[in-house]
Design a protein around this ligand. Sequence first.
Ligand SMILES: CSC[C@H]1O[C@@H](n2cnc3c(O)ncnc32)[C@H](O)[C@@H]1O
Ligand SMILES: [Zn+2]
Length: 437
Amino acid sequence: MAILFSNATVLPMTASGDEPRTFTGAVGIDGDRIALVTASETDAAAFRAAHPGLRVIDCRGKLLMPGLVNTHCHAAMTLQRSYADDISLMAWLHDYIWPFEAHQTPDDVALGMTLGIVEMLLGGVTSFVDMYYFENRCVEVAERLGIRALLGCNYFDTNIDEVLPQAEEAVRLAAAGSGRVRIAVAPHSPYTVSPENLVRGKELADKHGLHLMTHISETQDEVRIVREKYGRTSVEHLDRLGLLGPKTIGAHCVHVTDSDIATLAARGVTVSHNPQSNMKISSGVAPVEKLRAAGALVTIGTDGTCSNNDLDMFEELRTAAFLQKSATGDPVALPAYEALRLATANGARAMGCADGGLGVIREGALADVIVVDLQKPHLQPVHNVVSNVVYCGKASDVETVVVGGRIVVENRRIEGVDLPELYRGVAGAVARIKAAQ
Ligand SMILES: CSC[C@H]1O[C@@H](n2cnc3c(O)ncnc32)[C@H](O)[C@@H]1O
Ligand SMILES: [Zn+2]
């Protein structure tokens, strides 16, 4: 069914270049694509006439913008939200997270994934990049809820022989679906996966034309471990093994040298910046401004809800901007529009969508858009709508969410999910897992 968003303040975003002007007008959707972007009432009327039975959504006092793209998370870790806080990454993993995960079943992960996707959709995230276990189960969850996803099958040395065949199975499952859900290969990190097994993952990714994602240079501990083992930085190590390329998404990249930065940019690697996770685990501050200046593709992710502790991309992009200003001592660092670009158009490029095909509002682009209600005290007055979104916006300001032309959230209600039942299921799973430890 076609949709017409009328009387909206439209924020088109661009993949590169200058900040475009916002305008008041209409956006028409036909099938899974944006078919009309106009300030002309005549054009909007012609679109209505050409699409009998279309849905008209009046957006007076509302903003229509591209959906947000979360390029690094572990959505099923919603089960571990606030389970282990205020400790270092290594203690967190060894003493809490990995023992908890040892008792999780595929059904638990599907439940955690459902909760994570519900949280993201309600917060205006239309696409996400995930990295976890049992992603074959998550294909069905993401398809059902209607979000766009790149699901990375995570492995360590200890489970690679199980995970790589599961990943191939998940590729087949995803290929039989809507096309919105795709599979990636996800070695955990250069400190937990041997060089041989990193290469095995890359070979599988190449065989099927998949993305590869991994944690890179997240903490000083990691850099020390990798240097002691291999005599190189994590980036040098991965580069020597042939893992870095335009289909590689590196989460964190906090402790990178100038030479690492040049390598990441030259290879076309996506750097997923996760400022709140980095702050909470005291990992350090990623050199986002240096990475951007070097031409690297920088995007924004939340990481898991155990190190954040939510999947709110409005908060995340605001934190990204604030953190760069604070760390560089330069108030001009990561301006509002650029922060928003990292979380929209750049995220879309990271997911492999060609320039302008996603993450922007343009005729012909995939119809992943959100409506933000500006009639809120913290969003008034509107001197600059981009500043309001970046510096004042909240997940709860999102009213309507469309992914690939399908309305998945309307008036803050998510389609096809019984929320109380979901919360009961999550509480039950968590109680069982904790009792088993
Ligand atoms: C990559 S998901 C699988 C594995 O990684 C653990 N994990 C979650 N967040 C992080 C992080 O920020 N750094 C390192 N490892 C992380 C997760 O709990 C799973 O065991
Ligand atoms: Zn992570």
